[in-house]
Design a protein around this ligand. Structure first.
Ligand code: OXD
Ligand code: MN
Length: 599
């Protein structure tokens, strides 16, 4: 046995007694182990090995069509008191839910192996990192966790005999009778549960093998459970990318940005600035943990070690650095297969291949009239392969954060960028962040949904209390220096339906303004919603955006904002008394300023 950790040994023994796997395997995280598991998954028909010359050591997996996205309606947050979970979460009584789930787990790993995955969220040993242990009956989960986190013996060593860890139990919920032939993607589509017990803390996931439902380090631990730990301990667990930006003089600042799912976080995290002399480097594309250092500076780590990126739409045009990350050692989920053993997804190339095997394992041609890849198809890629990783991305001390960005997909109303004059108002802006929904979660696409701080599906407690936690942060450390807060919207459209802003690498122009605002060298003008870039303050040299579009991008239509207010008030009303009074006052003040401007 590699550990004497009594709590860990009991966790494994109890889970084994309940789930009754045929075997237990403690993952060491080695290359050899990974190779063996991938070969096993190929033999089982779960993984398809891609052409080695094109994508070395890489595999395609096609899931059950009933298991392709996070299932928010089957996601439960279960503190003893439902008020703690808040209206943003599905609450179940923890005692009752555990009893119901124990029945499902009873014998659920028969005919399978239970893998024990010790994992670290964040560089092993970092004061900002935390450890979890996931038990799973899915090889897909092991192989993906190995890319997305740091797993194996080194983590067990860091845990020692009494280190704290989050218990994560996962099963696809598909036991095998003796001699029963397995299917390529076992799952239990009718009985999915993604359950969080913050008071333990533990995560119990059942029935789904898909990404965010099954790779429990990601949304379940690093956001839902970690947000409850962060609240208690005075730090922040956020749904944010982290990037480092260096100006032509060689000065560097780190920026974190919270955008709802599939709003281009990965593209921004790996952006190639179009502005000469500016450099952007990636620390992380999805999750950001921030703690104060002794000087009161908020420092951030990316708790993950890989990217679980949305594949469709990723191309040499939209995100060349993501494409350059995908040469080897990746897992592709629900992408299409080319006849020569490569993968493809919509918009990867201008011209689709003449023939493909679709993610549904059906013959596909451009005339098929359906998508070749699932809209939520994913690549799992080691972060270290990304050519623009920041030199400090694995620094255990984290990187100092100078600015936080909020944003979403807003075809109208919200300008290209503006700044909050205070942490309090910036927090308020985060609470009223909204975006059009996308395919990252099951449900309808293209509907405006309020997604405060991009955390609506990921906050592990009452969001009203989460807002209060944000407001409390400046008081959580002596000499706290809070990052400046900005709001951005790359998705503004003209009346003719065209995007007004080119986006992608040109977003560096907005980042430059933000960088210089933090430095105190860029100009801004006051408006009812915050500080807008002064005319000419955004560097548009060499950019082909007509002046009229630029003016529209940087204008505030008070009437349009006023039209949003009833929806914002309805959004606040859902949280009742939990909304801090300070934020209600910010909303009233905003309304008064907008009314004055509209007069
Ligand atoms: C993700 C998401 O998968 O936010 O990152 O849905
Ligand atoms: Mn995300």
């Amino acid at each position: 046995m590699k550990t004497n950790h009594p709590h860990l040994l009991k966790f494994v023994a109890d889970a084994a007694a309940l789930c009754r796997p045929d075997a237990i395997h403690w993952c060491d995280g080695s290359e050899e182990e990974n190779r063996r598991l991938c070969n096993q998954a190929v033999a089982a028909g779960t993984f398809i090995r891609l052409d080695e010359a094109k994508r070395l050591n890489s595999f395609l997996v096609m899931s059950d069509p009933a298991d392709v996205a996070r299932v928010e309606d089957r996601t439960f947050v279960c503190p003893s008191d439902p008020r703690e979970a808040g209206p943003n979460n599905n609450w179940r009584d923890p005692v009752e839910l555990k009893a119901a789930m124990r029945k499902l787990y009873d014998g659920c790993m028969r005919g399978r192996t239970m893998y024990v995955i010790p994992f670290s969220m964040g560089p092993i040993g970092s004061p900002i990192a935390h450890i979890g242990v996931e038990l799973t009956d899915s090889i897909y989960v092991v192989v993906n966790m190995r890319i997305m986190t740091r797993i194996g013996d080194a983590v067990l060593k860091a845990l020692g005999d009494d280190g704290e860890f989050v218990e994560c139990l996962h099963s696809v919920g598909a036991p095998l009778a003796p001699g029963q032939q397995d299917v390529p993607w076992p799952c239990n589509a009718e009985n999915k549960y993604i359950s969080h017990f913050p008071e333990d803390p533990s995560i119990w996931s059942y029935g789904s093998g898909y990404g965010g439902n099954a790779l429990l380090g990601k949304k379940c631990f690093a956001l839902r459970i970690a947000s409850t730990m962060a609240r208690r301990q005075g730090w922040m667990a956020e749904h944010m990318l982290i990037l480092g930006l260096t100006n032509p003089a060689g000065e560097k600042k780190y920026i974190a940005a919270a955008f709802p799912s599939a709003c281009g976080k990965t593209n921004l995290a790996m952006l190639e600035p179009t502005l000469p002399g500016w450099k952007a480097e990636c620390v992380g594309d999805d999750i950001c943990w921030m703690k104060f250092d002794d000087s009161g500076q908020l420092r951030a780590i990316n708790p993950e070690a890989g990217f679980f990126g949305v594949a469709p739409g990723t191309s040499m045009k939209s995100n060349p650095n993501a494409m350059r990350t995908l040469h080897s050692n990746c897992i592709y989920t629900n992408c299409a297969l080319t006849p020569d053993g490569d993968i493809w997804w919509e918009d990867m190339t201008d011209e689709p291949p003449a023939e493909l095997l679709s993610w549904k394992r059906e013959k596909w041609t451009p005339d098929s009239g359906v998508k070749a890849a699932n809209p939520n198809a994913r690549y799992t890629a080691p972060a270290r392969q990304c050519p623009v990783m920041d030199p400090a991305w694995e620094d255990p001390a984290g990187v100092p954060i100078s600015a936080i960005l909020f944003g979403g997909r807003r075809p109208a109303t919200v300008p290209l960028c503006f700044e909050a004059p205070s942490w309090q108002y910036g927090t308020f802006l985060g609470t009223i962040q909204a975006s059009e929904t996308t395919a990252a979660a099951a449900g309808s696409v293209g509907v405006l949904r309020y997604d405060p701080m991009a955390m609506l599906p990921f906050c592990g407690y009452n969001m009203g209390d989460y807002f209060a936690h944000w407001l409390s942060m400046p008081g959580r450390a002596p000499n706290a220096r809070m990052p400046r807060i900005f709001f951005v919207n790359w998705f503004r459209k003209g009346e003719d339906g065209r995007f007004l802003w080119p986006g992608f690498g040109d977003n560096s122009r907005v980042l430059k303004w933000i960088f210089e605002r933090v430095d105190g060298t860029a100009d801004a003008v006051e408006s009812p919603i915050g500080l807008l870039p002064a005319p000419g303050a955004i560097d548009t040299a060499g950019l082909n955006v007509p002046d009229a579009d630029m003016a529209e991008l940087l204008s505030v239509d008070a009437g349009a904002w006023l039209q949003d207010l009833p929806a914002i008030r309805a959004h606040y009303a859902k949280f009742g008394d939990a909304i801090p009074a300070i934020l209600r006052k910010e909303l009233d003040d905003l309304e008064a300023r907008l009314q004055a401007a509209a007069r």
